[in-house]
Design a protein around this ligand. Structure first.
Ligand code: FAD
Length: 284
């Protein structure tokens, strides 16, 4: 029997934002965040540029969320390619900025990293970062997980074994990679609960509002695209407004089903789009 069904459970809501690259867009992010506050999220997380580029921007945004908006902020941090000194500096900056919760990630190997640098890195996996943070900071630590397995892992079972190690190292909640077929999520949840992983899991939902997104964000994520979503793109992909509406409907249906199953939380990959996120939230 599925272990995920519980109709009495209150499902949390959270958003992910990213630091815009251009300086003029960066200023707009604060207005955007004020708009997100109106939607009453439990937390807002802010991504970290690949390889740690623009780390200061992540901290600035997370600090605004925490201190100005008084919403729990989660700053993403990665460790691949970092030395312990770099991390110590980052952790000190987080503390100074009043941010006390991080999403501890390994990160993807930067293209500029040589094989020698990669093979002799100080932090091999996110769990190494979690151990470091537990030892040197009092930060609250969340971690990433992959309902369809991480793309490097030979099998879901092996990936989940490493996920268990990461949680045991000190992760207190998980945020999933985006998925478009809830059955993968329910299967994943059943498996991890069966393995004794009981921390809250926030289900990552990416609204697909343009056909282009499938070619970029989604293909990088390794998440599978069900026929129903592929058909939507084939039918509406050329029409901007219809595609947007169909993509929102798809995300709303996914979320409604997850809520009916009593999941811990819905984490919307907002892509910094307030209007789309607001429309979704008004329907769920
Ligand atoms: P890990 O947990 O270290 O896992 C990586 C791989 O190593 C997996 O295949 C795992 O099975 C394997 N593994 C773990 N431990 C061991 C071990 N002891 N022995 C052998 N294999 C092992 N990237 C960014 O650059 N910035 C971001 O802000 C960002 N935010 C993200 C948010 C979410 C919710 C998610 C799901 C991903 C995010 N990413 C981000 C992408 C992430 O950095 C990549 O997916 C990266 O490839 C893996 O990171 P991880 O923390 O999941 O790695």
């Amino acid at each position: 029997m599925s272990q995920v069904i519980s109709s009495t459970h209150k499902t949390g809501l959270s958003f992910e934002v990213f630091p815009p690259k251009k300086e003029d867009e960066f200023e707009n992010v604060f207005t955007l965040l004020r708009g997100f506050k109106e939607l009453n999220p439990d937390f807002i997380s802010c991504t970290y540029g690949a390889g740690g580029s623009r780390a200061g921007k992540t901290i600035e945004i997370a600090s605004f969320i925490q201190k100005e908006l008084q919403i729990d902020a989660i700053a993403h941090i990665t460790c691949v390619g970092f030395r312990k000194e770099d991390l110590a500096r980052n952790c000190a900056a987080l503390k100074e900025a009043g941010v006390n919760h991080v999403l501890a990630l390994r990160g993807d190997r930067p293209q500029s990293m040589t094989d020698e640098q990669f093979n002799s890195r100080e932090f091999f996996y996110a769990s190494d970062l979690v151990h470091y943070l537990k030892e040197h900071t009092d930060l609250q630590i969340s971690g990433a997980c992959y309902p369809e397995k991480h793309f490097e892992s030979p099998s879901l079972e092996e990936d989940l074994q490493h996920l268990k190690e990461k949680v045991e190292a000190g992760v207190t909640s998980l945020v999933t990679q985006m998925f478009f077929d809830n059955t993968y999520f329910y299967r994943f949840l059943d498996k991890i609960r069966g393995m004794g992983i009981h921390v809250p899991v926030h289900a990552g939902i990416m609204p697909i509002t343009t056909a282009k997104q499938l070619g970029t964000t989604v293909s990088l994520s390794g998440s599978s695209v069900p026929k129903k979503l592929a058909d939507i793109i084939a039918t509406y992909g050329e029409d901007k407004d219809d595609m947007r509406k169909a993509g929102i409907d798809y995300a709303v249906n996914q979320i409604r089903d997850l809520k009916e199953h009593g999941v811990d939380g819905i984490h919307i990959y907002s892509m910094n789009k307030l209007k789309t996120t607001t429309e979704i939230c008004s329907q769920i």
